[in-house]
Design a protein around this ligand. Structure first.
Ligand code: PLP
Length: 360
């Protein structure tokens, strides 16, 4: 058997919507794009959603909307996908990390508080693997120190914190890369309740055009647009989001039920309000486990190696030992195959091979 790490879940509704776009005059900047934005905003519970070309471009725009740039420090987590951090460099600001909580893998609010200084302008919180950050203390700190808050919610679509959806606490960003719970092939979304920020984001994604005049460019913008073909896929996906989340939760529960019978594997936390982007375990001998599973046709990945130990960051002076919790977690984590329509048979196959590997 071969079990992939992830697999998109696309059906007739997406095909029908894509065909509708292809047979229309509007391949980009059309009505399906607007519909996707409208339904996405309603789902999250924000006033405005601006569809863009990726989660990375959404994060870049979020920093620009808040005027973050040269000389500013931006604090974020070292335990994330590198795209949470690189946009800080795009705008010429300086990334600062704060270590993580060993259970949720999210930024530790006390460590966050410790690294704030007079140059600190913003905090990007990352809701890693579908678990919300501890927003209450983080928002208190940001209010107290007058810091801008940005949410990287790329991995946590639909997750809640004390009943409130992530992505509603601040300017927020989502991704629709194929391994995410809903996909547009490539794509992202920026959410805000601020009308002016929404207009500015729409201008920046479209070459800095400010209004009606196609050849009038008020700002240095980008081509961060999402096409209507991509939006059509997203719309079809969004309309079955509750089913997708339910299936993923069910798969995670089955995994955990089976894996807790085996000693030597640490299962992920089933925290209230979380959604399931990936299913990440921990093993003492992680690399050996990964090798043994791969031989059996089971795709797994060592999510995440610490960002501060990646070349662009070691070059600017970050080093081994800087964030010990993140580094310890980074050495042990292993993401198992996980996708919406995974079968019990596939889950069983993975679990049985983990048991075999631990026993041999
Ligand atoms: C996927 C992801 C991104 C980037 O999204 P892209 O659409 O691939 O650009 C950013 N941050 C996190 C935490 C992600 O998981």
């Amino acid at each position: 058997m071969r079990v992939p790490l992830s697999k998109p879940f696309i059906g007739n509704e997406e095909e029908r919507l894509v065909l509708e776009v292809l047979r229309s005059r509007f391949l980009t900047r059309g009505p399906i794009l607007e519909q996707f934005e409208k339904e996405f905003a309603a789902y999250i519970g924000v006033k405005h959603a601006v569809a863009v070309s990726s989660g990375t471009s959404a994060l870049h725009l979020a920093l620009l909307l808040h005027g973050i740039g040269q000389g500013d420090k931006v604090i974020t987590s070292p335990f994330t996908f590198i795209a949470s951090v690189n946009p800080i460099l795009y705008v010429g600001a300086k990334p600062i990390f704060a270590d993580i909580d060993p259970i949720t893998y999210n930024i530790d609010s006390e460590k966050l508080n410790e690294v704030i200084d007079e140059k600190t302008k913003a905090v990007i919180v990352v809701h890693v693997f579908g678990v919300s950050c501890d927003m209450k203390p983080i928002m208190d700190i940001c209010n107290d120190k007058k810091l801008i808050l940005i949410e990287d919610a790329c991995e946590a679509l639909g997750a809640t914190y004390h009943g409130r959806k992530v992505g509603t606490f601040s300017t927020s960003c989502f991704s629709f890369y194929p391994n995410k719970p809903i996909t547009t092939c490539e794509g992202g979304m920026l959410c805000t309740d601020d009308y002016q920020k929404m207009l500015y984001a729409k201008a920046l994604r479209n070459q800095g055009r400010s209004g009606e005049e196609w050849l009038e460019h008020r700002w240095i913008g980008y081509n961060y647009r999402m096409s209507d073909v991509h939006a059509a896929i997203g719309l079809g996906q969004l309309r079955k989001i509750d089913t997708i989340q339910r299936m993923r939760k069910h798969n995670a529960e089955i995994y955990t039920k089976f894996l807790t019978r085996i000693s030597g594997v640490r299962t992920p936390p089933h925290i209230d309000g979380r959604t399931w982007f990936v299913y990440v375990t921990q093993f003492e001998e992680r690399d050996e486990m990964a090798r043994k599973l791969q031989v059996k046709g089971i795709e797994c990945k060592t999510y995440f190696p610490p960002v501060h130990l990646q070349a662009p960051y070691t070059k600017s002076g970050f080093k081994e030992g800087d964030y010990p919790v993140c580094e310890a977690v980074g050495r042990r984590v292993l993401a198992l195959p996980f996708f919406t329509n995974m079968t019990i048979k596939e889950i069983k196959y993975v679990v049985d091979n983990i048991a075999d590997a631990l026993n041999s």
